[in-house]
Design a protein around this ligand. Sequence first.
Ligand code: NAP
Length: 407
Amino acid sequence: MKPEGERITYHNGVLSVPDHPIIPFIEGDGIGPDIWRATQKTVDAAVARAYRGQRKIAWMEVLAGEKAYHATGEWLPQATLDAFQEYRVGIKGPLTTPVGGGIRSLNVAIRQALDLYACVRPVRYIPGVPSPLREPQKVDMVIFRENTEDVYAGIEWPAHSPEAQKVIRFLNQELGCNIAPEAAIGIKPMTQFCSDRLIRAAIRYAIRRRRRSVTLMHKGNIMKFTEGAFRDWGYQLAAREFPDQVISEEAVWRDHGGQVPPGKVLLRDRMADITFQLVLLRPDELDVIATPNLNGDYLSDGVAAEVGGVGMAPGANISDEVAVFEATHGTAPKYANQDKVNPGSLILSAVMMLEHMGWDEAADLLRRSLEQTIQDRVVTYDLARQMEGAREVKTSEFAEAMIARMG
Ligand code: NAP
């Protein structure tokens, strides 16, 4: 049912957010209802306190996953996709991937249906959270991962299949390749259009949020015409569209003695392999990172482990017009309905959502109350088992503890 409120609109690149925006949410399967309740409660409290009741979110439940299947016989009803499209901003808990039934993953289906081309994952250390790093306070990155192409386009054929053999024959006979006839084949398409829009989103984010740099992470030394082109297209795009706001590393050394001029965002590129070393040894050298699909997949979960693991990692899938914020972990079915797990991932996704809406005061309040609660060592089981002297609380108690710290 549609609640009392107004639509968020999008015109000429600008999002207009009314004081009572309707925001569709998917509660999610498994632990979804537990973490969603904690999220809704803490977000409402932060908004109410930040704006003294002048602003309020009109939440609208939309269905996906098991709840949708039981109510409608469909795992992902069209009405849910339409709602995200119409209301521009949405948030979701984790969803079970149905076994069989022709759907690979509901999350992938949502991304594809709405052409949510960028997966955005901020990775920032919260003091007190157990970390394998010596200086985890140096971790503060935002990863923009391309979501629609690369080897994830799903173009692959099994070894010995007629399709694989046909492609191999073509490559060997027409293009002079030397591929073993029994090979499996996967294809890696990458276009300038999709690379440009991802890199553009990362640069715009860096400018808007006053970040220091954007690093293009690629494997262009080996895959020259896909990942190498990603890097080249990135520099060309920055020179074409952001000449006054962005400066390349080459220009910094050539014209400015290695010092980035004040107010400019540095654009540079790094090989994927060296980036994995940097995120461990000198994470403060990385800020916003823009990268193709596969690199981004590995990197996002790898660096999440530096700051508390997937239970704490927020994320969003965005296009120019629509943004869907989500917990990055799964449904953890063994913990379903136990009021036990960490709601941090979904709550921090809601922080991103509030920032995306321009409600920075509420976002700050929500983030600070979560940080304070963890610093006070009031935590759910996953962090408690790694922290000395922690008080283990339930999901709902963690939310209450956050609200009590909103001042
Ligand atoms: P998972 O649900 O992410 O759970 C794996 C483990 O991660 C859990 O057993 C738990 O570790 C830890 N964990 C996850 N969420 C946590 C939280 N909020 N707080 C604390 N710890 C948390 O992965 P899975 O078991 O591989 O997948 C289960 C289902 O989720 C599958 O159907 C899968 O398809 C789906 N899935 C959905 C999404 C999504 O909707 N975005 C993403 C991934 C997977 P411990 O056991 O060590 O306590």
